[in-house]
Structures are given as structure tokens and as C-alpha cells.
Design a protein around this ligand. Structure first.
Ligand code: NDP
Length: 455
């Protein structure tokens, strides 16, 4: 009997779609990685419900509905011309307008945007909000640029992007390198081009012109709420725990804040140059000022806190013993050997604030060693969930209080945990939230795709 014959129909189906993805999208390793993780965990669904195979759901869902790549010319303060590449991949609109962030970072390419856009379909579905999946960005690096340079870039980027987005079509938000400043410049340009104030075209806006309270905090807070739920369900809590957080951007800062509020001590955080270790617990006010206001490096922290240490390079942050690890920087920042070290040092829970921060091998190490593992698409879904709440407020032309939005966010994260756990049990992998969150996110989108016919 051949190896193929021993596989179930679901396994064969998943394998054949994955092979086609690799062939059709060569040299896109991050996209392949995300597709592999999701497709493999969906196998039990196809064995139980062959209808999804007959409807060709996987073949359709791995192919973006639309892929945009465009030239973004801009001039620096000295008048020199630069050209960057812009992307927007509109992946799936079965349950709502495309929704997902824009990333500005020199590493951005089609593979990165595709992996993020693909993951976004399932994450957005999991939130229970009516939003489809998309992602975009550019290989532009905002670091070291003046405000005026960033503004000119954003205006040029939006001049093309505006033709393809809209409050009921595609609603971008922030991601790495895109915060309130960049969203503001892009919103201004969109408004100018449309001659209309469509508040709902971008989320992550400042509160004064249509932003939602608690959107800035949402991804970091949401990640901690998710981990809190995992811990509580296993008779544990953040109280008295030692926590390591990677990154020192939007997600990391508010994860540190909420974990500290819940009684944990966060002893380390990082940026793309290195990490700091403060045995007394990170002083968040210093980090916030350095990163959000002064746009400085994390190494500057030790100038103000000589008791802390700075280490060049970011991988070794996972050598620091901790009870809870919250990777909140970027993709593939925890590999197999870092995962093994975390396990040896006694890590109890890992919550992914960043997108795909753990490699497939690292995830297996966590699962095999009984670490409570909150995968990105569940654990960091709070950001996009509050973006959807921002859209709802924009549509209704009202603003909810911080407490109202925070309470809704908390409830959404609890629901995501419960639904993921329930799906993991229903499909034979109890407690495996990777499988559970993928299946729970998939089913709603797949059913909507079937209901809407072959589109
Ligand atoms: P920010 O740009 O605010 O912060 C990113 C942080 O990660 C910075 O400290 C940055 O350091 C560090 N970083 C970036 N690239 C690398 C790298 N290659 N190696 C090491 N460190 C790096 O981004 P966010 O906080 O918004 O995003 C962080 C992660 O969370 C991303 O994976 C993003 O996709 C994900 N996410 C964000 C959401 C949001 O609402 N913002 C929602 C859901 C997920 P430096 O300053 O040196 O660049």
C-alpha cells in the first residue's frame, strides 16, 4: 500500500491544495508556512464534512480575491526621489469588507503580506465581527525619517490605495511601522481625494476625528485577556508571575501595561536591535516615552535605569527564565531552540501578540510539553476586533467610553477562547488552540462562501 493510500480523504485534499500553493506562489516561504499551519489543522473538518471539499473551499480561500502592487514615488527633505513598492492583498470578503493592517517595514514583500492577509481571514472571523480579510503595506522604512518625509510617503501611498478601498469595501488599519501619525496622514489624503469625510475608511484614527477609545491598547490588552482566560481555565493567574515580552511597539507596550496591572512582573522587552532586562520590573513610563514620544532605541532605557542591562541582538531574550512569554515583535522570532529553552526554564503559558512569532517547530515544542499556547490569530485578535468596533461607531456617528470598549474587548477575547477550545474538543484535539482557532474561524467563512455561490 502506498503512503498516499494510508491518508484520509481530508489529508489528501489538504496536501494537494498545499502543493498547488507552493507551485503557484514560488519563493514565498512565510505564505507557505501560514498555509501549512492552517490547512493541516483543518484536516478533521474535511473528513467530517466532505461538502467543503466538493465546493472547492480550500482552493478558493488560498487565492486572494484581488492582489494590488503599485509604485510609491516620494521625495526626501533634500528633494531626492525615492521609489518604494506598495501592496494591498484583498483576500476574502465572504463575511464583510476586507479588513487588516498596513505594515511599513523594509522586510515587506509579497510573501509577508500574503501570509498576514491569509491569517487575517480566520482571525477576523473568530472575533465574531462582520469583517473579511486583507493586508497591505510597503517596504518603506519610517525609522529615521522626518515627519514631513513620512507625510509625503503616506500621501503618495494613499493616492494609489484610495482607488481600491472604502468604508464598505476595504478598511485598512495600522501594523508594524504604521501608528497614529501614519494613519492621520493617510486619512487626510483620502479625504482630500474623495472630497468626503468617510470616517470608516481607516481604523486606528486619533480619537478627535473618529478613532475609538481603547483601540491603541486593544491588541496588547486583548493578548493578556486571552492568556488570563487560558490561565484561569487551568486554575492559574498572572498574579506574581514573571513575564518576558518581546518588542516595545504598540502591542508590546499595552501587553506590558495590562500584565503588570494583573499582578505580574515584566522583566524584559526589546526592539529590533536588542533587549533590556530589568530585574525590578520594566518601568513602562520610560519605555513609552522613549518609543512613542522620542522615537528612540530601547538601549536608551539603561541610561535612565542603570540597574537594568542591555543586550545587543534580540533572539536571546528567550533565554531569560519566565512563567509567561508574550512575543509581540514580529514573525518567526521564536524558533525551535528558543522554545526548548523556554520549556526548560519552566514557561507555563505563551500568548502570541505578534503575527506568527513562533515557527511551526516551536509551536510543536510548546504543545508537546503541555505549555498553554495562545496562537496569534486568537490571542492578538483584540486589535482588529476593536477596529470593527471603531467602524461600528463611525457608522452610527457615536463614541463609546473607554470602559465600554474595553469591556466589549474583554468579552470578545473570552468568547474567542471558549469557541477555540470548544472546536478543539469537537474535532478531536482537546486543548489544542491552534487547531481549535483555525477550525472555528474557518467554518463561518466557508459556510458564507457556500451560501454566496461560486464567486
Ligand atoms: P510596532 O511597529 O509598533 O512595533 C514593533 C516592535 O517590534 C518594535 O519594537 C520593533 O522594533 C520590533 N520589531 C519589528 N521588526 C522586528 C524584527 N524584524 N526583529 C525584531 N524586532 C522587530 O508594531 P506593532 O506593535 O503594531 O506590531 C507588532 C506585531 O503585532 C506584528 O507582528 C503585528 O503584525 C502584530 N499585530 C499588531 C496589531 C496592532 O493592532 N498593532 C494587531 C495584531 C497583530 P524597532 O522599533 O526596532 O523596529
Amino acid at each position: 500500500m502506498s503512503v498516499l493510500e494510508t491518508k484520509s480523504a481530508g489529508e489528501q485534499y489538504v496536501k494537494s491544495v498545499y502543493e498547488t500553493v507552493k507551485k503557484r506562489n514560488p519563493n514565498e516561504p512565510e505564505f507557505h508556512q501560514a498555509v501549512k499551519e492552517i490547512l493541516e489543522s483543518l484536516t478533521p473538518v474535511f473528513d467530517k464534512h466532505p461538502q467543503y471539499m466538493e465546493e472547492g473551499i480550500l482552493e478558493r480561500i488560498v487565492e486572494p480575491e484581488r492582489q494590488l502592487m503599485f509604485r510609491v514615488p516620494w521625495t526626501d527633505d533634500a528633494g531626492r526621489v525615492h521609489v518604494n513598492r506598495g501592496f494591498r492583498f484583498e483576500f476574502n470578503s465572504a463575511i464583510g469588507p476586507y479588513k487588516g493592517g498596513l505594515r511599513f517595514h523594509p522586510s515587506v514583500n509579497a510573501s509577508i503580506i500574503k501570509f498576514l492577509g491569509f491569517e487575517q481571514i480566520f482571525k477576523n472571523s473568530l472575533t465574531g465581527q462582520p469583517i473579511g480579510g486583507g493586508k497591505g503595506g510597503s517596504d518603506f522604512d519610517p525609522k529615521g525619517k522626518s515627519d514631513r518625509e513620512v507625510m509625503r510617503f503616506c500621501q503618495s501611498f494613499m493616492t494609489e490605495l484610495a482607488k481600491h478601498i472604502g468604508p464598505d469595501t476595504d478598511v485598512p488599519a495600522g501594523d508594524i511601522g504604521v501608528g497614529g501619525r501614519e494613519i492621520g496622514y493617510m486619512f487626510g489624503q483620502y479625504k482630500r481625494l474623495q472630497n468626503a469625510f468617510h470616517a470608516g475608511v481607516l481604523t486606528g484614527k486619533a480619537v478627535g476625528y473618529g478613532g475609538s477609545l481603547a483601540r491603541t491598547e486593544a491588541t496588547g490588552y486583548g493578548t493578556v485577556y486571552f492568556v488570563q482566560e487560558m490561565l484561569q481555565d487551568n486554575g492559574d493567574s498572572f498574579e506574581g508571575k514573571t513575564v518576558v515580552v518581546s518588542g516595545s511597539g504598540n502591542v508590546a507596550i499595552y501587553a506590558i501595561q495590562k500584565a503588570t496591572e494583573l499582578g505580574a512582573k515584566v522583566v524584559a522587552c526589546s526592539d529590533s536591535n536588542g533587549y533590556i532586562y530589568d530585574k525590578n520590573g520594566i518601568d513602562l513610563d520610560t519605555v513609552k516615552r522613549l518609543k512613542e514620544v522620542e522615537r528612540k532605541r530601547i538601549s536608551d532605557y539603561v541610561n535612565e535605569h542603570p540597574e537594568a542591562d542591555y543586550f545587543e541582538g534580540c533572539e536571546n531574550i528567550w533565554l531569560i527564565p519566565c512563567d509567561i512569554a508574550l512575543p509581540c515583535a514580529t514573525q518567526n522570532e521564536i524558533n525551535e531552540s528558543s522554545a526548548k529553552i523556554l520549556v526548560t526554564n519552566g514557561v507555563k503559558a505563551v500568548g502570541e501578540g505578534a503575527n506568527m512569532p513562533s515557527t511551526l517547530e516551536a509551536i510543536n515544542v510548546f504543545l508537546e510539553n503541555g505549555v498553554l499556547f495562545g496562537p496569534a490569530k486568537a490571542a492578538n485578535a483584540g486589535g482588529v476586533a476593536v477596529s470593527a468596533l471603531e467602524m461600528a461607531q463611525n457608522s452610527a456617528r457615536i463614541s463609546w467610553s473607554f470602559e465600554e470598549v474595553d469591556a466589549k474587548l474583554h468579552q470578545i477575547m473570552v468568547n474567542i477562547y471558549k469557541n477555540s477550545k470548544q472546536a478543539s474538543e469537537e474535532y478531536g484535539c482537546p486543548g489544542n488552540l491552534v487547531v481549535g482557532s483555525n477550525i472555528a474561524g474557518f467554518l463561518k467563512v466557508a459556510d458564507a462562501m457556500i451560501a454566496q455561490g461560486l464567486v
